[in-house]
Design a protein around this ligand. Structure first.
Ligand code: KG4
Ligand code: ZN
Length: 341
């Protein structure tokens, strides 16, 4: 029998609690404080921490109730120990440690970014021995090589500035769209011409091959969009918003897929998992499907409800770590806002 793992997520604005047995998801409950942040145009850390404190116990009770399980049946506790907002992480980790101590069960402090990849095991089954994963959201853009089912993870590259979703949100702001702008740009982009404006593809020139082969940069692209829009406004022309959105979205998806598929080829990996809230993006999904197929790569993208922050990804990772002989954490572990992989 696989152990029953309770997963706790509190890295940003979502309080997530889930129960996983092996790769079976029994329940996944999420409370979000996003509505409280929207009017500020971004996450307010103090507000997020307080919301976690208020949401944790009701979320836990709801999860146990829905699964028809009791706390005494839980075999292990997994918690996202980073990266994320320190105050938010502290609430989830304090709760996880209290439960581990009170129930006398092992605690697994895991990395949230890896959770975004491993959650796919709950949908498409256990990973093969080697998997490439592109994790893209409002907070992260990382390329991971996962070997030995989530126990050995190597980060091949990450964004040097903005995350992909963050770049979408910033471009959304400059186009006057509501926060978060990502889904609005996606919708507009579907009506525009992706070849209308040749926006730059950062860090793809041959000179970056040795130093930044798998790193990303989106702040220059955001500036290029701002400059282009300003120049059009100065010239008294109307902004073709759908074309700007489509050309920008195409530039982001193109760089993400170019580098990801290069990494698959270089490392001889045939399975690609795309995770994180930005994997909802239509341009990225379309490009991943067509280019992945052409390259003979099996592209796995979990349904969007598993791509945003939730407890299931943390429980899935805790479960994978346990199945593959990972060691439990000390109860004295701290949270790490910039937790390395
Ligand atoms: O993973 P997530 O829910 O939250 C964290 O960042 O942790 O990701 C949300 C990010 C936001 O930046 C949002 O604008 C972006 O993903 N996003 C999208 C789409 N859906 C969400 N960006 C582009 N196209 C979308 N369809
Ligand atoms: Zn996340």
């Amino acid at each position: 029998m696989n152990p029953l793992v309770l997963g706790i997520e509190s890295t940003c604005d979502e309080t997530g609690v889930a129960l996983v047995e092996g790769t079976d998801l029994l329940v996944d409950v999420t409370a979000s404080s996003m509505d409280e942040h929207a009017r500020f145009g971004g996450i307010v850390p103090e507000v997020a921490s307080r919301a976690h404190l208020e949401a944790f116990l009701p979320t836990l009770e709801q999860a146990l109730d829905r699964a028809g399980r009791t706390l005494s049946e839980v075999d292990a506790i997994a918690v996202a120990a980073g990266p994320g907002l320190v105050g938010s992480l502290t609430v989830g980790n304090a709760a996880a440690k209290a439960l581990a101590l009170a129930l006398d069960r092992p605690l697994y402090g895991v990395n949230h970014v890896i959770g975004h990849a491993v959650v796919d095991e709950l949908v498409h089954g256990e990973f093969p021995d080697r998997v490439m994963s592109l994790v893209v959201s409002g907070g992260h853009t990382s390329l991971l090589l996962i070997e030995g089912s989530a126990v050995t993870v190597r980060e091949l590259g990450h964004t040097l500035d903005d995350a992909a979703g963050e770049a979408f949100d910033k471009v959304g702001r400059l186009l006057g769209l509501p926060y978060p702008g990502g889904p609005h740009i996606d919708r507009l982009a579907r009506e525009g011409d992706p070849t209308a404006i040749p926006f730059p593809r950062a860090l793809t020139a041959p000179k970056f091959k040795a130093t930044h082969a798998y790193d990303f940069s989106f702040s220059g692209l955001k500036t290029a969009v701002a400059r282009w829009v300003e120049a059009e406004q100065d010239a008294g022309r109307e902004i073709p918003v759908a074309d700007v959105a489509a050309s920008f979205a195409d530039a982001v998806a193109d760089v993400l897929m170019m580098k990801t598929l290069d990494a698959c080829r270089e490392h001889g990996v045939e399975t690609l998992v795309i995770g994180g809230g930005f994997s909802a993006n239509s341009q990225l999904r379309d490009m991943a499907t067509t280019r992945g197929e052409a390259a003979g790569i099996d592209v796995r993208i979990p349904p969007i409800r598993y791509c945003t922050d939730n407890g299931a990804m943390i429980a899935a990772l805790g479960s994978a770590v346990m199945r593959n002989g990972g060691v439990a954490s000390d109860l004295g572990i701290g949270v790490d806002s910039s937790m390395p992989l």
